[in-house]
Design a protein around this ligand. Structure first.
Ligand SMILES: C[S@@+](CC[C@H](N)C(=O)[O-])C[C@H]1O[C@@H](n2cnc3c(N)ncnc32)[C@H](O)[C@@H]1O
Length: 294
């Protein structure tokens, strides 16, 4: 059997759900830096948008997130509760109402979602809210404001989302993937030697909301647990930018080997405001692809 990782991706699979900290721009770096046979399960306790596992496509996976709306969306798609046709119908219908009624309609759907938790309303909100953010208030209600683009759901935009949903549904077919809505500690409770644990936790001191209560103690508990699991592990985390170095990374994750990559982002439109961000992948030494190979 050929090893599953490292993997070179020609085309990226882009997930239908968006979230802060989505690893789309880092997924090539992540999947190109790890060695893994793929015999056990790919275990991801902080699934988020799912972009990492959706590009890896392991045979078996355990995918957890504390946010039940993310988990339900992907689990329902996997079980066939909805498919591309339902997504198209929903987005066309709601998109037309949004174009006619504007923000009022967005807020009506938000209220409806917070009462019923319908996964297609969740998708609609996720793709029409301000900056593609995912944020929940203290009572667990989705509370991101409207993006102010009532004409958002053009034919092309709806088709793009439908294609993302379809690609994912087909990719999941025949694969043994289990989705769980739970705390990370439950997802990592029964790991075996051939599994691979990939962690992309929230950053403490950054954005916090109902499903992202994360402080220094949580981060230290995660590292302690990661030291003790019987399988290989990897962790994604930012390392430094022009203004700050993430001290926590070396202090708490120093037992893992480090690979880094740099990416650039713009503040405003001027090229002079192009800042760099160094992102790290910390991983068990025996699964790290040598830097010159990567
Ligand atoms: C940085 S995001 C993961 C991003 C993901 N790798 C991606 O590329 O889209 C962190 C995720 O962890 C989840 N989360 C936060 N606290 C958690 C906890 N205690 N247990 C499990 N999941 C948690 C959040 O809901 C969020 O989806």
């Amino acid at each position: 059997m050929l090893p599953l990782l490292p993997k070179t991706l020609e085309r990226l699979t882009v997930p239908p759900l968006k979230i802060q900290g989505i690893k789309t721009r880092l997924v090539r770096f992540i999947l190109g830096s790890i060695r893994w046979e793929g015999r056990g399960r790919w275990v991801e306790p902080f699934l988020g948008s799912g972009v990492v596992v959706f590009n890896l496509l392991p045979r078996r996976a355990l995918l957890g997130d504390r946010n039940p709306h993310i988990v339900r969306f992907y689990a329902d798609l996997q079980k066939g509760v909805f498919a591309e046709g339902d997504v198209r119908g929903h987005l066309e219908h709601e998109g037309a109402l949004l174009a006619r009624r504007g923000a009022d309609h967005y807020y009506a759907v938000r209220e409806r979602f917070n009462a019923s938790h319908d996964p297609l309303d969740f998708l609609f909100l996720n793709r029409s809210c301000f900056n593609g953010m995912m944020r929940f208030n203290r009572s667990g209600g989705f509370n991101v404001p409207f993006c102010r683009k009532p004409e958002r759901f053009s034919k092309a935009y709806v088709s793009k989302i439908v294609n993302q949903v379809g690609a994912l549904r087909r990719a999941m077919e025949g694969r043994d993937w289990e989705f769980r809505s739970c705390d990370w500690s439950e997802t990592v409770s029964d790991l075996m030697a051939e599994d691979f644990l990939y962690m992309d936790p929230p950053y403490f001191g950054r954005h916090a909301d109902y499903f992202n209560q994360w402080d220094e103690e949580d981060a230290a508990r995660l590292a302690d647990r990661a030291r003790a699991v019987p399988c290989a592990v990897a962790l994604s985390m930012w390392k430094s930018n022009r203004f700050r170095v993430n001290e926590h990374l070396e202090a708490v994750w120093g037992f893992l080997e480090e690979r880094t990559t740099e990416h650039f982002y713009h503040l405003g439109s001027s090229l002079e405001l192009r800042h760099s961000m160094v992102e790290a992948l910390r991983l068990s030494p025996h699964v790290a692809v040598a830097s010159r190979e990567g």
